[in-house]
Ligand binder design. Structure first.
Ligand code: ZN
Length: 286
């Protein structure tokens, strides 16, 4: 039998870990609808589906994280942070990280440089006031950033961005900003989102199929020494069967061993302190 292909690891992780696991929750809540069209505020059913995230999904997911004793990173639009103070307190008191995610979940590509700066300044200030800590991590709404975004993040003292998709291990921008890249496959919107009108998503996937999709990618990323970045939205992944799906994934990943479950800040600080940890892609490798 042919042995499995085993390239050298792309990254040397702490304490002998074979991969990092960054669990992210993008708590878009009401901004899911309002950033698309403010008049959706009068669509009470659509709005209530969005509110399910902060009101029901987050508490349930926090309970799961308590149960498993695992850390996560919550990217929260500052409009949502202001509207849900008890949720923010529950996230912060458990030691999870809060990162920036716009104010009203603005699409950065639609903003002028001045508008983008104003949104970052406002959202950074609101999160700092509410959590008592200045955020160091940023996830762009819809993951898309502008050419000026890395410079702006650096100027506002951000340590890392978690929006790009050019690799599957962290890298450093020319200005020193650290990038923790993600990918669309490890996102729940594509798998689970549905709304009749406005039309969001398509037919929600069976959890077993999604588990298989994510587990296969996790196992291979672990073999290849990568950074597994899973991005979930509480209005989708806070539904009961999907909480079970996440529980199964986290439990099995931990049982697999040599997995570093870490917040974005911990990963970025490790990357900054260990520039030699990253192994560049080498076309001469077997
Ligand atoms: Zn978002």
């Amino acid at each position: 039998m042919t042995e499995l292909y085993s390239p050298p690891p792309r990254f040397i992780w702490p304490d002998g870990a074979k991969c990092a696991f960054m669990l992210c929750f993008d708590v878009d809540g009401e901004t899911t609808a309002l950033s698309e069209d403010p008049t959706l505020a009068s669509r009470l059913t659509t709005m209530s589906q969005c509110e399910y995230g902060p009101n029901v999904g987050v508490p349930r997911l926090l309970g799961l994280l308590d149960h498993l004793q695992l850390p996560a990173t919550f990217f929260v639009p500052s409009y949502i942070a202001e509207r849900h103070p008890r949720m923010m307190e529950a996230i912060v008191t458990r030691g999870h990280e809060v990162g920036a995610h716009g104010h009203m979940h603005e699409k950065l590509a639609h903003l002028s440089p001045q508008e983008e700066r104003a949104v970052l300044e406002k959202s950074t200030g609101i999160l700092e006031r509410i959590t008592g800590r200045r955020p160091v991590g940023f996830r762009a709404p819809w993951f898309e950033i502008n050419p000026g975004t890395p410079g702006l993040l650096k100027e506002f003292s951000y340590l890392y961005n978690a929006s790009m998709m050019g690799d599957d291990v962290p890298y450093t921008h020319s200005n020193g900003l650290i990038e923790i890249p993600g990918q669309w496959m490890l996102e729940d919107w594509e798998q689970f989102a549905f709304n009749a009108e406005p039309a969001w998503g398509s037919i929600p996937q069976n959890c077993s199929n999604v588990f298989d999709l994510w587990w296969r990618e996790f196992e291979a990323m672990r073999d290849f020494g990568c950074c597994f970045v899973l991005t979930l939205h509480p209005w989708l992944s806070g539904r009961p069967s999907r909480v079970r799906l996440l529980e199964e994934l986290l439990t099995k990943a931990r049982e697999r061993g040599y997995v570093w479950f870490a917040r974005g800040q911990e990963i970025a600080e490790y990357v900054r302190g260990h520039p030699e940890a990253r192994r560049e892609v080498n076309f001469d490798l077997p």
